[in-house]
Ligand binder design. Structure first.
Ligand code: PMV
Length: 366
């Protein structure tokens, strides 16, 4: 998919008014994206589990403007209340997607959005939020195309690719939230269909062991992020270890291919935990430097390691750019691991809060 493949404005007919609603999940990377260039292009390929329960639901209401104007006209409502906080990020998003959605200045928009996970839980809502909005906009494009001719419709492949392409322009990792259950984003030599422009469904065989894989998210610190991910990505430009890191991410993705096929959980754990710690090591060794883990993050990691040694469980952890811990484990260990989490890990969470989630299959129209 590139600019030439997008639908020209002359193929679309503006609809007077209407609304579309999409729900889109968050995702958790196994091989992390950290470092970008150009227009939100990843410095290395990444792969993630799409989640199920952590979702954003967005309704896009649209009206044709009575008089043309050269501005993006939109209001954002978060959980029913008019919100100014999200406006700058969405304005930037509209500017970036304008050339791919040439009708975007013809409408006035009201964006009503809500999350299924607690507000300011420290869980990034940018992946689910930006993908939900991108889906609403591609759906509007689909409706405009249908309005012009009932004979023409967008293929599901085009629809998903374009939604992922646009979501990427809102927040890189958001492009991995359109589909499930495993999504790859970024060119990788062994995955010929992979692209820097959008996420694709992982194209190879995945062992039963990873079916319904569990992710319990431990909310260690619900505070504001110390460093935004854009600042973090940019710090990889002059980072002393960046080239090695980008190489390592490519290698880790190569190593994951047979691991996913064979259901090799012990190798899976090594790759996933090393990726999480490397992501944080990159932040600790950039200039300026950051420590995004909290003492309780380390307490939890140590408890997970002891439990694994004592029980031979296949439990492991991963982290995103914050202090919360994603605890990953196979479905067949659900009961025992949940008991361990409740008995030993929940004490390290802020207000004892955690979210039970599992691998999922992508966004849905509501
Ligand atoms: O999508 P962004 O720009 O917020 O970057 C997110 C990067 C990580 O969550 C840390 C890793 C990843 O691949 O999701």
């Amino acid at each position: 998919m590139n600019q030439e493949q997008f639908i020209p404005k002359s193929y679309l007919k503006t609809i007077e008014k209407g609304s579309v609603t999409w729900q889109s999940p968050s995702n958790i990377a196994l091989v992390k994206y950290w470092g970008k260039y150009g227009e939100q292009l990843p410095a290395n390929p990444s792969i993630s589990f799409t989640l199920t329960n952590c979702r954003t639901i967005t309704e896009l209401k649209f009206w044709k403007k009575e008089t043309a104007s050269n501005t993006f006209d939109f209001e954002v409502y978060f959980e029913g209340k008019l919100s100014e906080d999200f406006k700058p990020k969405i304005e930037t998003f509209f500017k970036r997607v304008e050339k791919h959605l040439p009708f975007s200045k013809d409408y006035k928009f009201k964006i009503h959005t809500q999350n299924t996970f607690p507000h300011s839980s420290g869980i990034a809502s940018s992946a689910s939020g930006m993908s939900a909005l991108a889906l609403c906009l591609v759906d509007l494009e689909r409706l405009c195309l249908l309005e012009r001719s009932r004979e023409v419709s967008l293929s599901k492949e085009y629809f998903n690719q374009k939604a992922s392409f646009l979501a990427r322009l809102g927040s890189g990792s958001a492009c991995r939230s359109i589909e499930g259950d495993l999504v790859v984003w970024g060119e990788h030599s062994e995955i010929t269909e992979s692209s820097n422009l959008f996420g694709i469904k992982y194209p190879f065989q995945v062992h039963e062991n990873f079916k319904n894989y569990q992710d319990t998210i431990l909310l260690v610190d619900k505070g504001e992020k110390q460093v935004s991910s854009s600042v973090g990505h940019n710090l990889m430009h002059d980072h002393p270890f960046s080239e090695e890191r980008f190489k390592q991410a490519n290698e880790n993705l190569s190593k994951l291919i047979p691991v996913l096929k064979e259901g090799n959980l012990s190798e899976f754990i090594k790759i996933v935990e090393s990726e999480a710690l490397t992501l944080h090591a990159m932040m600790m060794s950039s200039m300026p430097y950051f420590i995004l883990m909290k003492p309780n993050t380390l307490e939890i990691i140590n408890k997970i390691w002891s439990y694994r040694n004592e029980t031979n469980s296949n439990i492991c952890f991963t982290l995103d750019a914050g202090a919360n811990v994603h605890v990953l484990y196979p479905e067949k260990e659900k009961e025992t691991v949940l008991e361990f989490i409740q008995d030993e890990l929940v004490a390290f969470c802020q207000n004892k809060q955690y979210i039970c989630d599992q691998i999922g299959f992508g966004a849905k129209k509501v």
